[in-house]
Design a protein around this ligand. Structure first.
Ligand SMILES: [Zn+2]
Length: 395
């Protein structure tokens, strides 16, 4: 059920050169497997049609089928987006970081200012050659995209590391379309401590100045990868609500990547929103041997019970291809082992029912229907809450 679509493929305008540009991609779409009966399925479709459906973190990105090629693929800049998959996803909008932590155009470690800016240019060149996925930076633009059967991508960064010690770069990034930015990734930077640091020194003075600039210009402050103290300091420092774009509850799964109740409650009390994620081996629970839809939605239910349904969103954090393999391959850049440490578990190769963006959001909504959530509550967590908070932040 592609909505308005000629099937554009990334870099089709460079036809003839593509074999040189792109490796073979993991672009297959898994078929649905009937979680619901017909009546429930109709309700899901009705919800998708009626309400804006927004993921606080997902990726249009396609990995190479042969994962060993991903380094070379990232280094040559021309990476591919799965336009058809996005059009099947049920999403009206999603926040994408364009794989920023793995942009390795000029270094093996990532996060360099120039390569982050160049990566945005590459992606926008590709996006500009099709008409089904549009770049958005205002709530009005997301609503318009839905009305025209298009999917809106909201450019985001996982970390402010590339701005180094220059708060004016917040303005440049805003000018380049960025509307949501994490303060840190898993490791510390000039703003504060990341969640994988053994000690958290909290928000720095520079971090405070950056938050002030982000508040004034209208860029959402994201605490998903910050350490707990840095997150608490940022919530206090911000003049407007903040987001924790993709996380889960540490009370259910005791790893640094999950947030403690205190941080979740402080974010909600500030008027912010918390996205529940499904990246492999994050939102697990001890009762289940594997990471699957049920485990992810246990985190959803826990956080709804803790902070109320108005402060919760969905943020599957999926991509097309082997996400778990990617985490292993880029351990040096991502510090995943420390982020996911503290619990013993057998690694899951993928998250059942949440394997890629074409399936994830729709299956989360299916789960909510089956669990007996009312349409108006589903509308809130599937997009309404994010749009309410972004209206306040973006102005
Ligand atoms: Zn992330």
């Amino acid at each position: 059920m592609d909505r308005c679509g000629e099937p554009y493929r990334s870099w089709a305008y460079r036809e003839g050169e593509q074999s040189r540009l792109l490796p073979e991609l993991a672009d297959d779409l898994k078929e649905d497997n009937g979680l619901l009966d017909d009546e429930e399925e109709q309700r899901v479709e009705q919800i998708l049609r009626t309400y804006p459906i927004v993921s606080l973190r997902d990726h249009g990105f396609i990995l190479p089928r042969e994962l060993a090629q991903v380094g070379a693929y990232m280094r040559q800049g021309f990476t591919a987006y799965h336009y058809q998959g996005l059009l099947r996803s049920g999403l009206d909008a999603f926040f994408d970081n364009f794989m920023d932590s793995l942009v390795l155009l000029h270094s093996e470690k990532g996060w360099k200012w120039l390569e982050i800016v160049e990566n945005l240019g590459y992606r926008y060149a590709d996006l500009a050659h099709q008409r089904n996925v549009v770049v958005a930076g205002r709530v009005k633009e997301i609503v318009e995209a839905k009305a025209h059967g298009r999917v809106a991508v909201i450019p985001s960064l996982e970390s402010a590391t590339p701005i180094e010690n220059e708060e004016d770069r917040v303005d440049i990034l805003y000018g380049l379309g960025i509307r949501c930015m994490g303060l840190t990734y898993n490791e510390a930077n000039a703003l504060g401590s990341g969640l994988a640091e053994p000690r958290d020194g909290g928000l720095t003075e520079f971090g405070k100045r950056v938050i002030r600039r982000m508040n004034r210009i209208g860029m959402a402050v994201d605490l998903a990868h910050c350490g707990d103290q840095t997150a608490m300091d940022a919530i206090e420092a911000s003049e407007v609500p903040v987001v924790i774009s993709h996380t889960g509850a540490r009370s259910l799964w005791n790893t640094p990547r999950m947030k403690p109740d205190s941080v979740l409650q402080a974010c909600a009390a500030k008027g912010g929103v918390i996205g529940i994620m499904a990246a492999p081996n994050t939102t697990r629970v001890r009762e289940r041997p594997t990471h699957d839809l049920e485990a992810v939605m246990s985190h959803f239910q826990y956080v709804v019970n803790l902070v109320g349904i108005d402060a919760v969103a969905l943020a599957p954090d999926t991509m097309f291809g082997d996400h778990a393999g990617l985490q292993r391959l880029f351990e040096g850049q991502l510090a995943v082992a420390r982020a996911h440490g503290g619990e013993s578990f057998e690694e899951t190769p993928w998250v059942a029912e949440l394997e890629n963006p074409a399936r994830a959001m729709r299956n989360m909504i299916r789960w909510l229907v089956r669990a007996g959530y009312r349409d108006d509550d589903i509308a809130k967590v599937a997009g309404g809450n994010v749009l309410r908070v972004m209206a306040e932040i973006w102005g």
